[in-house]
Design a protein around this ligand. Structure first.
Ligand code: GA4
Length: 323
């Protein structure tokens, strides 16, 4: 990544009225190997839309090897990285996020989990990178399905695979993202720059892991941002907007953002589990029990189009709320 001059950094957002937040110890931790996992998952999704997972079953070996390949990719010269092509919709991006003017102190790779990419442009380690990505993505999708099935059980839904089948569908519109946040040399009046601005994820569920560098923050219902202590061995799970709708608002998608770190670079990898484009995103009838749907009907295709036409911080679900 090219270092930015002070003049350039002025275009970037800073945290307004930034108060250093203490690392939170309130983030729920779910041990997937324990019998109470399903109850804890439901509680965490209702209260935070966010939780940490341990005993997740993704081999640490795959994780560290992929992380090291990703670091190698991002250390290549910009013109080499740009050979991957722009992130429209999949490719390499730097500083610009989406297509509507959002920027952040970040460079990234966006990949579609179902498409074969042309890895020859990824430098001499292309084949290794491709294999590691494939095995990481299939382990993480397996974990995502396991979590979604525990959710269905915890919600006492008879059809255990009601959510997970959407990720298992061969048309599932899932995305994989690798974000690299270089240590940010520019601190203005002690304020950290935004790496990735606040937003909710539009899909069903997101599974994130990072190296041991802090930066991720989540927005609590009481109106406070809290910092998520980094933990390179665990995964962090976000409820996405589509799951909020499918549970008729019982689970809430979590607003989150990433701040840059002044000293260390942060590398995160996120699997966004999405449904097929034609899927209708509606509350599950078993969760309605005579209640009205809080949302107008839409397909994932319609929601995705709206997402890509919006700015990061926009309230996308607001367009579909019944008043
Ligand atoms: C947020 C979640 C995923 O990273 C993503 C992002 C997408 C992008 O980077 O192209 C978006 C963003 C995300 C929501 C609003 C739009 C689209 C950037 C942006 C400004 C890949 C996604 O699906 O939605």
């Amino acid at each position: 990544m090219v270092l930015l001059s002070k003049a350039t950094t002025e275009q970037y957002s800073y945290i307004k009225n930034y108060m250093p937040t203490a690392f939170s110890s309130t983030i729920p931790v779910v041990d997937l190997s324990k019998p109470d996992a399903k109850t804890l998952i439901v509680k965490a999704c209702e209260e935070f839309g966010f939780f940490k997972v341990i005993n997740h079953g993704v081999p640490m070996e795959t994780i560290s090897q992929l992380e090291s390949e990703a670091f190698k990719f991002f250390s290549m010269p910009l013109n080499e990285k740009e050979k991957v092509g722009p992130p429209k919709p999949y490719g390499y991006g730097s500083k610009k996020i989406g297509h509507n003017g959002d920027v952040g102190w970040v460079e990234y790779l966006l990949l579609n989990t179902n498409q074969e990419h042309n890895f020859s442009v990824y430098g001499k380690n292309a084949e290794k990178f491709r294999c590691l990505l494939n095995s990481y993505m299939s382990s993480v999708r397996k974990m995502a399905c396991e979590i979604l099935e525990l959710m269905a059980e915890g919600l006492k839904i008879q059809q255990k695979n009601v959510f997970s089948k959407l990720l298992m569908d061969k048309e599932s519109d899932s995305v994989f993202r690798v974000n690299h946040y270089p240590a940010c040399p520019e601190l203005v009046n002690g304020q950290n720059m935004i790496g990735f601005g606040e937003h909710t994820d539009p899909q069903i569920i997101s599974l994130l892991r990072s190296n041991n560098t802090s930066g991720l923050q989540i927005f609590l219902r009481d109106g406070n941002w809290i910092s998520v202590p980094p933990d390179h061995k665990s995964f962090f799970i976000n409820v996405g907007d589509s799951l909020q709708v499918m549970t008729n608002g019982r689970f809430r998608s979590v607003k989150h953002r990433v701040l840059t770190n002044g000293f260390k670079s942060r590398l995160s990898m996120i699997y966004f589990g999405g449904p097929p484009l034609s899927e209708k995103i509606v509350p599950l009838s078993s969760l309605m029990k005579g209640k009205e749907s809080l949302y107008k009907e839409f397909t994932w295709f319609e929601y995705k189009n709206l997402t890509y036409a919006s700015r990061l911080a926009d309230n996308r679900l607001g367009h579909f709320e019944r008043i």
